[in-house]
Ligand binder design. Structure first.
Ligand SMILES: Nc1ncnc2c1ncn2[C@@H]1O[C@H](COP(=O)(O)OP(=O)(O)O)[C@@H](O)[C@H]1O
Ligand SMILES: Nc1ccn([C@H]2C[C@H](O)[C@@H](COP(=O)(O)OP(=O)(O)O)O2)c(=O)n1
Length: 417
């Protein structure tokens, strides 16, 4: 067995497998022996008699290359597999064991497509850090088994698939720290440095970093961050606050990174989120300089980086988020804390109306926000759970002037301006 696969087989039958169907995870386990009759896990009960299934688990020891390969593998499978394969995101993990998550895909196929599938899998298995399992059903259709798929070794051990309890939180929560959310400049820089050879633009991004970061320095003037989903009125409010308070207006990611933003938005989460994390530290340095002279208003900061990352990594309802109080919501100890964070909220109909009035939506993620209520709920709840600077939610549905007056009152009360 290849060395990179070995860690996966430790406690192989203690692993839980999760397949995302219709936007929510379904779980199953594997057992060497069956004790009595057992029901078929939901992933399999919906399949037909002629179906075979496969799973691909990406097990690169290099997490950046592994995540990039996993990201690109989806497009490859969608392009190469026959129509109707229903490629679904999959993962395997050890319950409650941090860092144990392995990502992959699950798909089905009909017997007549076997030669095509065998060709694709064999190419993948020989060239990439991927473990392939196949699933087949018993004659009577009552049981499914999982075995290692391998062209060379046909006599593989079989495991029965059995139902598994859903974990308390989405399995992605196990690998979130320093993969989806970064808690220090060093960790985020480390990721960008390691992908310098595949994304040359990272050199330019890293050159923008301040030479020294001092998160403990207390700003002379208040620093107020405005947060909220797209079209809640952040740009409108931040510009009015700048004019009313004679403040400096900054944003994260900072202007100096705008040339490279679209490039990093196309990358898998680990690289994309490291880019936004680094952006916060560059903005923090600008905040330090400007807050010596005047109040500073910031359009998005670490709340956005963490809340979008956490809400994207998990699927399904708000209850799948890491629990309230979890360490994933903690503010990085080396990042400047603003004096006040104002979170703008808006009912979905009004937000959509404002989006339409403004014109085209920008990122895929923002489009997802528009039609995926669950995602919107997860982002807003993650915003609320972040532990760090004082964060106050403000209803942004009144007129722009009323929202401004209300936020000015808040700033005067909380920041003594
Ligand atoms: N309080 C408000 N009432 C009505 N429309 C608003 C209000 N605040 C902003 N808008 C409008 O809604 C749209 C989105 O506002 P914008 O400030 O660009 O949001 P964001 O920066 O959060 O994406 C813009 O067309 C803006 O003119
Ligand atoms: N400080 C920041 C700012 C934005 N992001 C990410 C989070 C989302 O994926 C997008 C949202 O930014 P976008 O520019 O589309 O939204 P606005 O136009 O500012 O409302 O960027 C971040 O991670 N960290």
């Amino acid at each position: 067995m290849a060395r990179h696969l070995k860690p996966l087989f430790q406690r192989w039958s203690s692993r839980v497998f999760s397949v995302e169907l219709d936007g929510a995870p379904l779980y199953f386990g594997i057992r060497e022996k069956l004790r009595g009759a057992t029901v078929l896990p939901a992933v399999f009960s919906r399949l037909q008699k002629e179906d075979r299934c496969y799973s691909l688990l990406v097990c690169s020891r290099d997490r950046i290359r592994g995540d990039r390969f996993h990201w690109e593998l989806r497009d490859k499978l969608l392009k190469d597999l026959p129509p109707g394969s229903d490629v679904a995101t999959m993962s395997s993990f050890l319950p409650d064991e941090k860092g144990s998550l392995v990502k992959g895909y699950f798909f089905k196929s009909r017997a007549e497509n076997s030669p095509l599938i065998e060709g694709i899998l064999s190419d993948l298995e020989h060239t990439d850090p991927v473990l392939v399992c196949s699933y087949s059903q018993s004659e009577d259709g009552q049981q499914w088994t999982q075995s290692l798929w391998s062209h060379a070794e046909k006599k593989q051990m079989k495991f029965y698939v059995v139902p598994s309890e859903a974990p308390k939180h989405h399995p992605s929560a196990l690998n979130m720290i320093n993969s989806d959310v970064f808690y220090s400049l060093d960790e985020a820089c480390d990721v960008l440095k390691k992908c310098g050879d595949i994304i040359p633009e990272t050199q330019s991004v890293l050159r923008m970093l301040p030479s020294r970061v001092d998160a403990r320095r207390k700003p002379d003037f208040p620093v107020i961050v405005i947060e909220g989903l797209d079209a809640t009125g952040k740009t409108t409010l931040t510009e009015s606050l700048r004019d009313s308070l004679g403040a400096t207006l900054l944003r994260s990611p900072p202007q100096c990174l705008s040339t490279w933003r679209a490039r990093f938005d196309r990358e898998p989460p680990i690289i994309r989120r490291a880019f936004y994390a680094v952006g916060n530290y560059i903005t923090a340095e600008q905040i330090c300089q400007e807050s010596a002279k005047s109040p500073v208003i910031v359009d998005r900061f670490w709340h956005s980086t963490a809340a979008y990352a956490i809400a994207t990594a998990v699927t399904g309802p708000v209850s799948n988020l890491p629990h309230d109080g979890s360490e994933v919501y903690c503010w990085p100890s080396d990042l400047l804390q603003p004096s006040l964070v104002v979170l703008l909220t808006l009912d979905p109909e009004e937000r959509t109306r404002r989006l339409r009035n403004r014109g085209l939506m920008k990122t895929d993620e923002e489009q997802e926000l528009d039609h995926n209520k669950l995602f919107r709920d997860r982002v807003e709840e993650a915003y609320r759970r972040i532990i760090g600077p004082l964060c106050i939610t403000v209803d942004a549905s009144p007129s722009a002037d009323l929202v401004l007056q209300q936020v000015l009152l808040l700033i005067r009360a909380k920041c003594h301006l």
